[in-house]
Write a protein that binds this ligand. Structure first.
Ligand code: AMP
Length: 359
């Protein structure tokens, strides 16, 4: 059990925009933030009280970081699970725990875990090499998707397979890395549930989000999602089971495919705040970022009630050059991440538009 006081320091692994928005929410509650990142001049470090710029396997730096903070969290799931374990060994409280990180880092382990928690996923098979892929594809039958087991995000490291002869090209495309073959899900829409669990087991849920992806990158989120109440209840129940099973503390997101028959198929588990929850900064009583800070610090959770109907649009790559147009739009709540370089598809900021509920 821990309870951090205002003035105490929160450690964040990772220096991206999620860390930046976490740091801003932490500051509002009187906390200081210490960012640990291997990226110089990162978006999060520029709003943090302290930064450690070091590799994720630098044990001396990790030890010093562990001693400097009251709790450690992470802002992206690809922080090596060994880093989280080294921090625990150095005496840090790590929330969410290293097991949650390890599961979310490996798409095969993630799906096995989800199935064990009675959460449905696409049919899947672990793939070791090209021969293995050909054999498994014969059994599963296209259409299918081949993804890398690790380090995939925003649609990176995946290849669509529409016929058996696509196997070689798909194996090349994912860099001949250990993979996962998934059956293609002809979904009607994509939705996500964002939930938080406090240190004594209290759970809150945000309203179900509806997400549009282009080329694997989230472009738009709308709340409320067009989904029956039973769908929201099923998503909440899945998140509850996952969090209880993991002894989870913090904000967790599950992305789902909503099928035509109203069933949900879980695609991905994010042990962190999520892009589809950015609307909560402007549209909910407690933002997902404040909620995560509350949870990991042992504070009571805040209400997750939605105040508005909301639409969140990501600002990607060169679109960020239009900041003056967004700034001049009174209907657009503008958030920019302070990234120095623009690259195609890079998340540079977002805009949230709000409407009265049900209008
Ligand atoms: P991911 O990298 O797993 O988050 O996938 C990125 C996007 O690819 C998802 O948001 C879907 O739009 C699509 N996708 C991934 N896996 C599947 C699947 N098994 N069936 C259909 N579409 C998928």
């Amino acid at each position: 059990m821990i309870a951090l006081k205002p003035g105490d320091r929160i450690g964040i692994l990772g220096g991206g925009q999620l860390g930046r928005m976490l740091a801003m929410a932490a500051a509002r509650l009187g906390f200081d933030v210490h960012v640990y990142t291997d990226e110089a001049d990162s978006p999060a470090s520029r709003v943090a009280a302290r930064t450690t710029l070091a590799a994720y396997d630098d044990h001396a730096a990790l030890g010093a970081f562990a001693r400097d903070v009251g709790v450690v969290t992470s802002e992206f799931e690809n922080v090596p699970a060994e880093t989280a374990e080294a921090l625990v060994a150095a005496g840090a409280v790590v929330r969410p725990n290293p097991r949650a990180l390890a599961i979310a880092q490996d798409r095969v382990e993630e799906k096995r875990f989800l199935n064990s928690a009675d959460v449905a996923t696409a049919p899947f098979s672990a793939i070791a090499d090209l021969q293995d892929l050909k054999g498994k594809l014969d059994l599963m039958k296209p259409p299918a998707i081949l993804k890398t087991r690790r380090l995939g995000y925003d649609g990176q490291g995946q290849a669509r397979i529409t016929k058996l002869t696509d196997a070689e090209a798909a194996w090349e495309k994912i860099g001949q890395a250990p993979g996962i073959l998934e059956g293609y899900c002809p979904f009607e829409r994509e939705v996500s549930i964002i939930a938080a669990r406090g240190e004594f087991g209290a759970i809150v849920f945000y309203d179900l989000c509806e997400n549009d992806h282009t080329g694997g990158i989230l472009t738009r989120t709308r709340v409320p999602a067009q989904a029956a109440p039973a769908v929201t209840a099923a998503a909440q129940e899945a998140a509850r089971r996952v969090m209880v099973e993991l002894g989870y503390v913090g904000v967790l997101t599950i992305e789902f495919f909503l099928m035509k028959d109203g069933t949900l198929v879980a695609n991905e588990l994010a042990p962190r705040v999520h892009n589809s929850g950015h609307w909560t900064i402007d549209g909910a009583v407690t933002s997902q970022f404040e909620q995560h800070v509350r949870a990991i610090c042992g504070w009571p959770l805040g209400p997750a009630d939605r105040l508005f109907d909301a639409e969140m649009i990501n600002i990607l790559g060169d679109e960020a050059h239009a900041w003056a147009r967004f700034a001049a739009d009174p209907g657009a709540r503008l958030h920019l991440y302070g990234k120095r370089d623009t690259r195609a598809g890079r998340k540079m900021g977002h805009v949230t538009r709000l409407k009265p509920r049900g209008s």
